[in-house]
Design a protein around this ligand. Sequence first.
Ligand SMILES: *[C@@H]1O[C@H](CO)[C@@H](O)[C@H](O)[C@H]1NC(C)=O
Ligand SMILES: *[C@@H]1O[C@H](CO)[C@@H](O)[C@H](O)[C@H]1NC(C)=O
Length: 434
Amino acid sequence: MLANLILIGFSLKFVCGNVADVVLSCSLVEEGVGLSGMTGGSSFSRAPATLVFRDVAVASDESLDLLPPFVAPSLLDPDAIIIEVKASSPEVPNVEVLLHADCNDLEVTCEMSQYSVSKALRRSDLTYFMVSISVEAVNFSVTLILQTLAVLEPSMLTQSKLGLPLSPTGTLPTEVVFLVFSQRNSISARLRSDAVLHCSFRHREVPPEQEVAIGWRLQHKGKGWKVLQMETTLDEAEPRAAVHEERRGSSLNVTQVVDGDASVTLTKLKVRDEGSYICSVSLGPFKAQQIIQLHLLQPPQVSLSQQKLVLKAEPQTLSCHCSEYYPLDVQMEWWLLFPTDTEPTVSEDQGSLSSHRQHGDGSYSLTSQLTVPSTATPGTKIICKVSHRALSTPPLRQPGGHESTNQLLLVDCGLPDCHRDFLLPGDELTEMLR
Ligand SMILES: *[C@@H]1O[C@H](CO)[C@@H](O)[C@H](O)[C@H]1NC(C)=O
Ligand SMILES: *[C@@H]1O[C@H](CO)[C@@H](O)[C@H](O)[C@H]1NC(C)=O
């Protein structure tokens, strides 16, 4: 692997100032024409590449011995693709998380490709790359557009694949011209609540009359919808903005857009708002995007039809109602805790389930009915246990699982004081005396 070769090239070296280099293994993705002339389809090829962020600011307490600067291989290799970029101006947000990604065993995804700008703006001496980097575990995701810098003292060598002149250290020097990033690529929200989907951009200096266009789209299960579109100038004093709100209750703050914040707010979330949101930002010849997943989660409310079940001569029906939850997957179970036991056991009779009911807001309800025979043991606790993804907030949380229970105590009415009800929300016994 190329990456390994380069890592061997590392050497410990004293560094002045609190800056370090970040070296990432990437793939250069190229679109090639497929060999199968019949279909005329195109295919993608991947080549190993390295991205070096130079001079990333590090915290002053950071030991720089552990963060040696990048040292290029001593033998210039025209086949190696080493892209070098300064991480400042515009600043690459949170780039320091990449410094420790290796030690913390975080998986970094890095893909780059050549980026073509429209013909009118094309300059023969400039080449652009689009680089997408993400570290899922820490919600780090950024797409950069890099522009090649003139190589002042060319090494006489040309990168074999890209045909670009290599620097004396065998790298391709570049600078960031535009970037789009998100701090949260996956968010969960309750039905009927509001959510902010985060998306920001940075750019090198541009004239204030420069137009920026922001588009938010939703994709879900192979379908796509426009959410919101806006165009504005980057003039702080007087942004001229045109906003097209396609989803009712979606908004962007124009003042914040001028400062590079393209986040969208969605109000009164419904089930149909769930999916992948694509935030695209266009600035002059550059366009980059981020994808943010929105998941809706609504925990069920669990209730039993009776708070008191007094044994009678004939069998009685007990219902456990699980209402207004999302998504659909839910598990309902009947458990019994006999008066002589300390641990509840799964009931052999699991009753019968109604079919799912869907409400206007997309949430679901389900009922399970259990027949309690007249021969049931008095003092037995009947427990309705519900498991659902959204049940993770206290006080409903049970150790080790996403469940909610509701319990009821069978009372034998042979006794004179049988008007005692026991209702157990969660795992706490609340005794109510009437
Ligand atoms: C990343 O996002 C997930 C999902 O929204 C969240 O639970 C987690 O706390 C976030 N992690 C960090 C480090 O921000
Ligand atoms: C837009 O953002 C600015 C700056 O953060 C803030 O002062 C203002 O209140 C926001 N406007 C709205 C309508 O939220």
